[in-house]
Design a protein around this ligand. Structure first.
Ligand SMILES: [Zn+2]
Ligand SMILES: [Zn+2]
Length: 464
């Protein structure tokens, strides 16, 4: 048992199951299986076998069957990226996002992003939604508009002072069009850059490319906002140096101008007025430096910040993490008042703007975009990271099962027959407890490793 001290608080059913597991003959193997999934909270169970034979002689070289595993099953990770569904797999995804954003900031020569991109002008920009009515907040040292000094974790934060006058329809229509606002922003940004460089758009594009890595985040009030790394590259992307005119000042100035120009028109429908959707006035742009001198934010801080939000979907606002069929379901699910009103606004507006699919995205408070996206040349891709990890896991699995490496020369002379079937998912209460402990151990160890990174960067700076 990894940590007997934490067993004290277990409920009797879980404790019994933990004791049963610990006493079972396959206990070590179950623990090993759960460790391989990274402590996944809802693993997929597989049943089946593989047999590898020498193609010429028919001799069995390796064989594996789940028949020898505890319960006759092999557990594999579920891979869900939502923290509310599976903390372990979501954490893996956050780690991937972290490496992706970081690779776009400090480079990753092994995966094709050169270290020289650290010299490219780049900023961390936050584009927000406008106001849809006053909400409870903590404005510095002053009390909230309601007269109260709210504690940091009070559920009222971000909820409207007056739900009767709050523009719920405007709020969800804005979320619903947020990706369009972003798209126009990138178009205008390229125009504003060319204008400032005194070039045509075509000429500007031929001299310098613009890269983005962005994540969407929900504010407490349920409005989406975007955090983005925006970077100048040279004519051929990250490998080439940007021209002299592509300065940090020009980039910042162009972002301000582009954000101010964006407007998406929503036509009137039913009882809804015509709306002109725009960004909020809170536009934050911070230059990114290697070590965070003065006004700069560090590369490390940006990557950590972005990764933290990559798995947080809309659940932080109190909504639910799956599609909602009806208003009645909201009551049964116990959704708090503010997110419930936002979801209801989506369901009410759906017939007025059918092509906006507001019903399908009601649980996302109208937002229908992706949580983390990047332009093609920003850095390595999530797919590439997943592949690397999958290859690593598969190799580990093969080693554990005594299977040959498919890249091995001998492969051509062998024949592998495999048969796998889905055999359910999830954990017993005891396995669940075990998985949570294993996940904590893994995360603790990796976080220590992650914290050592800034020291490493400082060292590079001192020597280089
Ligand atoms: Zn999982
Ligand atoms: Zn208040």
């Amino acid at each position: 048992m990894t940590d007997t001290a934490t067993m004290a608080g277990l409920d009797p059913a879980t404790l019994n199951d933990v004791l049963r597991l610990a006493g079972s003959p396959g206990f070590d193997r179950i623990q090993e299986q759960i460790r391989r999934t990274g402590g996944c909270s809802d693993p997929i169970h597989l049943q089946g076998s593989t047999v590898t034979r020498d193609a010429a002689t028919g001799q069995v070289l390796h064989s594996y069957s789940t028949g020898t595993e505890p319960g006759g099953r092999l557990r594999v990770a579920c891979g869900n990226r939502r923290a509310s569904r599976c903390p372990a797999c979501a954490w893996t995804y956050a780690g991937d996002t972290y490496h992706l954003i970081r690779a776009g900031l400090v480079g990753d020569p092994a995966k094709g992003t050169p270290e020289t991109i650290r010299d490219h002008p780049r900023v961390f920009a936050t584009l927000t939604a406008p106001s849809f009515g006053p909400v409870h907040n903590r404005p510095g040292n002053r009390p909230c508009r309601c007269g109260t000094r709210h504690p940091e974790d009070t559920p009222e934060l971000g909820t409207p002072l007056d739900p009767q006058t709050y523009d719920y329809a405007g709020a969800v229509l804005w979320n619903n069009h947020a990706s369009d606002l972003w798209r126009y922003f990138t178009i205008y940004l390229r125009r504003e850059i060319a204008k400032r460089a005194g070039l045509t758009q075509k000429a500007a594009r031929e001299q310098s490319r613009l890269s983005f890595g962005k994540v969407a985040e929900y504010q407490k009030r349920g409005a989406v906002h975007f955090h983005a790394v925006i970077r100048f590259d040279g004519p051929e992307g990250p490998d080439t140096a940007p021209p002299a005119w592509a300065s940090l000042d020009l980039l910042i100035d162009a972002i301000h101008a582009a954000a101010a120009r964006v407007q998406v028109d929503v036509p009137p429908a039913g009882d809804q007025p015509a709306r002109a959707l725009r960004w909020g006035t809170q536009l934050d742009i911070q230059p990114i430096g290697a070590f965070g001198h003065g006004e700069e934010i560090t590369e490390q801080a940006v990557a950590s910040y972005v990764a933290k939000y990559a798995t947080k979907a809309a659940e932080t606002t109190g909504t639910v993490d799956r599609r909602i069929g009806s208003k009645e379901a909201l009551v049964l699910l116990g959704v708090p008042d503010h997110p419930r009103r936002l979801i209801e606004a989506c369901l009410d507006l759906h017939p007025l703007y059918p092509n906006r699919k507001l019903r399908d995205w009601a649980h996302m408070l109208g937002f229908r975009g992706h949580f983390s996206t990047k332009s093609r040349r920003y850095s390595t891709t999530l797919g590439a990271l997943r592949q690397t990890r999958a290859d690593y896991r598969a190799a580990q699995q093969r080693a554990a099962l005594g299977l040959p490496d498919p890249d091995d020369e001998t492969e051509a002379t062998t024949l592998t027959l495999a048969h796998w079937a889905y055999a359910g998912h999830g954990h017993t209460p005891g396995e669940s407890w075990l998985a949570a402990n294993i996940r904590r151990d893994i995360q603790h160890n990796r976080e220590i490793a992650r914290e050592e990174l800034p020291a490493q960067l400082a060292l590079e700076g001192a020597t280089g």
